[in-house]
Write a protein that binds this ligand. Sequence first.
Ligand code: PEP
Ligand code: MN
Length: 349
Amino acid sequence: MIVLMKRNATQEDVGQVTAWIESAGYKPHVSEGVERTIIGAIGSDQGRSLLKSIAFMQGVERIVPLLKPYKLAGREFHENDTVVRVGDVEIGGSEGGASCSQFTVIAGPCSIESEEQMMECGYIAKKAGAMLLRGGAFKPRTSPYSFQGMGEEGLKILKNVGEKMGMPVVTEIMDTKDIDLIEEYSDMFQIGARNVQNFALLKRIGQSHKPVLLKRGLMTTIEELLMSAEYILAEGNTQVILCERGIRTFETATRNTLDISAVPVIKELTHLPVIIDPSHAAGHAKYILPLTRAAVAVGAHGAIIEIHPEPEKALSDGPQSLRPEQFYRLMDEVRILHDAMKNGIGNLL
Ligand code: PEP
Ligand code: MN
């Protein structure tokens, strides 16, 4: 349930409503908009009748039941776009429109393999104009015999390269036991497709102050993705970016099927930023450029792209990793297309 306060409601009125919500066994979430304050009452459905009397409290305009199963993630509760800050980079914004104020590219190798390889990726990403650096140290591999990542040694390399390049870094977390470690080395957590419904991990990450890149699962509906985001938000971490990375369908020509329609749907339903991962969707380097063009055109807030100085030698996801020249070309196109969306086509829509 959400409580819409009157435009002229005072801080004291807000305080009384939040105190009542707490006394009814719910968690109040206050969202101060430009025009008015909205207060969400988050908790289980028991005690709902207690909340109804809030409608008669001072400064309250009306109470609105939330129809969607997610609450904090929905636009009903939080109308304006959330802008997530990772280091000094901002992701999100532009109120769900067809074009975003910026298109943020995160680039780097699938796995951190060595100091030299990561440094080369850092140079390529920086030179091309990517804003954030990625690199996996704990890898979710289908086979237990495949390269599992460098662990803490890899995290140290990633942090060091990020600092040298002046770029915030993101890396995947698979286990709650690694939270303190990853928090020390990374500017953002990535929760991968396979862990999107690892609720213990989501809850624990929700208690962190670090931003989170939450990927859609191979078999996750948009609503389920938003419910997973809700787990993080409900614990108090509001800095969540969603990522469409392809879902499993009957089609085998690509590794997964990029659900491009997820972007406008997600932007309609939630205030959280949404980016696209064309690399894991396509599984082939040759499709990354056209899919990234589509990401810009459809209004995504950014993209996460795998690059490698020598993809044929990559320890994971080589076939979908872009070579330096391919990535430079992609970034040039992204700039042109995004400017066109922002200044021209975007304004017509
Ligand atoms: C990755 O980013 O390298 C990765 C494993 O992604 P996903 O969880 O989307 O498969
Ligand atoms: Mn990968």
